[in-house]
Design a protein around this ligand. Structure first.
Ligand SMILES: Nc1ncnc2c1ncn2[C@@H]1O[C@H](COP(=O)(O)OP(=O)(O)OP(=O)(O)O)[C@@H](O)[C@H]1O
Length: 361
């Protein structure tokens, strides 16, 4: 297992990159801790595979270095880096039994047979493959084949990290949920460094200790699921994490307050003091879960119009108008929705201010 350090890393597929947009991976300096479960989350084309391939050694970055435990591995192959990889589609030998498939990475490295047998049975047990050990892999369902693929990644105890590239794509939704929990459990038991690439926030948030959210070639935030939810450092994180995402409204900034379409909304005391210049594009952000629906006249409340309420079973989602803006507020199942004199409160603790998409207060 290894601490992974990205040292001024960047990658462009262009021969002569000049603009930031020419980079599939923009400049990145960061350290990823040993033994943790990381998810690399972002939409299609944001650079996840580029970064993953640089970590694994399938791609040499055009700029910067990758270090494993302080050793420069930038030009080393995946084998030399001791990385295990699990891809979107099963990579297994159809003619071999499940047992032989799982044993293969170990026998290939001349691990003693007793140790091979111990590890194979342990991993088969963790993935519920014990009953299938003697079966030919060819005869199994796609789900079971992908479990073998994962098992082949997990069977080696000496790896620097195990990389998963959208491993649940071919798995049916129910099994997906089970496998995600299994992987989480296996990580807790083995404490091996894992990096899991996905565009699905539920997969990332339920699997990982730390989630790196990527947008346009940059990691815009690396944090725990709770940090990403409570304090999005970038408007994209607010929008991409959560369902629905954060409410955002353009605003003008004053002392400890902002104005949205002529409506003054207070911020936490002292929050704007560190903003010497007021240039840039400011937006106010608050998650639907933190916006408080109340009645006009309540302290600190600003009037809104209720446009609609969706009953989601365990909660309600209100759609509100504030000036020209639409806001969402998540309400308790039993919460009453005022018909005529609705208002909302922006609790300063949960109200965020962004300048040019980046959190400033
Ligand atoms: N071999 C390549 N040559 C040129 N451009 C590439 C190459 N591979 C990726 N790109 C470009 O680099 C950018 C990042 O792609 P990348 O595959 O890393 O994103 P991704 O987040 O993994 O997307 P997806 O989820 O669709 O796989 C995209 O604009 C893509 O078109």
């Amino acid at each position: 297992m290894a601490t992974i350090h990205f040292d001024d890393l960047g990658h462009s597929y262009h021969p002569n990159p000049t603009r930031p947009e020419d980079y599939a991976l923009r400049r990145l300096s960061q350290e990823w801790e040993d033994g943790k479960a990381y998810a690399l989350l972002g939409p299609s084309g944001c650079g996840k595979s580029t970064l993953l391939n640089i970590i694994s050694g399938l791609l040499v970055p055009s700029e910067g270095r990758v270090l494993f435990d302080g050793v420069d591995v930038t030009r080393r192959t995946p084998e030399e880096r001791n990385i295990a990889q699990v891809f979107q589609f099963p990579v297994i030998y159809d003619t071999m039994s499940v047992y032989e498939n799982l044993a293969f990475p170990l026998r290939n490295r001349k691990v003693p047979e007793a140790e091979v047998d111990r590890r194979v049975r342990e991993v088969a047990d963790a993935l519920d493959l014990t009953a299938d050990l003697k079966r030919r892999a060819q005869r199994l369902t796609p789900d079971a084949k992908q479990k073998i693929s994962m098992g082949r990644g997990l069977v080696r105890s000496d790896v620097a990290a195990i990389l998963f590239d959208e491993p649940l794509t071919v798995i049916d939704p129910h099994t997906k949920w089970l496998l995600r929990r299994k992987l989480r459990q296996i990580h807790e038991d083995y404490r091996v460094s894992m990096i899991y690439v996905t565009h699905d926030q539920v997969e990332a948030l339920t699997f990982a200790d730390r989630v790196a959210v990527m947008y346009e070639g940059a990691i815009v935030q690396l944090g725990t699921p709770q940090e990403l939810f409570e304090t999005p450092q970038h408007t994209f994180v607010g929008y991409f994490i959560g369902s629905p995402g954060i409410n955002l409204m353009p605003c003008a900034v004053g002392a400890d307050q902002v104005t949205v379409d002529g409506t003054v909304i207070p911020l936490a005391s002292g929050s704007t003091a560190a903003l010497p210049a007021r240039d840039g594009r400011f937006e106010l952000g608050i998650r639907p879960e933190f916006l408080e629906l109340t009645r006009s006249g309540a302290a600190g409340a600003v009037p809104v119009q209720v446009v609609g309420v969706d009953d989601l079973g365990t909660s309600k989602l209100a759609t509100l108008r504030l000036g020209a803006h639409t806001l969402k507020a998540r309400l308790g199942e039993e919460q009453e929705v005022p018909a005529l004199d609705a208002a909302v409160r922006f609790p300063p603790r949960w109200t965020r201010l962004y300048r040019d998409s980046h959190l400033v207060a």
